[in-house]
Write a protein that binds this ligand. Sequence first.
Ligand code: BGC
Length: 255
Amino acid sequence: MSLTGQVAVVTGSSTGIGRAIALRLAQDGADICINYVHHAEDANAVQAEIKQTGRRAIVVCADVSQVPQARQLIAEAVAQLGGIDILVNNAGIEVIQPFLEVTEENYDRVLAVNLKGAFFCTQAAAQQMVRQGRGGRIINISSVHEDLAMPGNAPYCASKGGMRMMMRTVALELAKHNITVNDVGPGAIATPINRKTLENPQLLAALKAEIPLGRIGSPEDVAGVVSFLASPEAAYVTGSTYFIDGGLMRQTGAL
Ligand code: BGC
């Protein structure tokens, strides 16, 4: 198993894409720090599943948008699992609202979780990786919307566009420490963030019509690419985004 002996922290890993990534990295051999903010029972269920595979798994409640909590999350992983080799910045939210009606509160919340949270988790993890002196992997769960505009989702698009330039800049600064930094950009994936669209047959059909591969992606589709980026095979990959979108971004008139 390619990640045997490594420790991975996956933010927002009680459900959805984060959950699938936590399970996949555990299958690959890593010990996992699961993070949640609202649903302890879901996080505990992921922990139980991972423990069945023989890996160590801890659960840490932390709101990554609060910098002291983001730092505490990394510190807990280091204290309980002995270090950190892989950070997956997965925690993310969106509030669908026309631009003209976006409130300051919604803007602040989306930017704080999606961008500020990823920024300071990365900083805390990278400081530890530099101290350890054995390199590391930072993988951000961005979105096709780090590049593709989405009407009605302006704060989210701003956060993911910011994530892209954060990733590119931090990749350059951390390269000398052999820490790679990359984004994965999922398209439409069946997770709770998309529930309203997935439950509305008309919206769902319109979305599928935009996807050349003709289906909504699964969290496992994303986890497979994260697994690759975390693996030794991806040692020479840094500063890039991998889109996992069934061709959505290449579709003319997408969204
Ligand atoms: C958003 C979804 C959207 C999908 C494809 C994701 O990043 O969270 O709401 O359906 O991109 O546009």
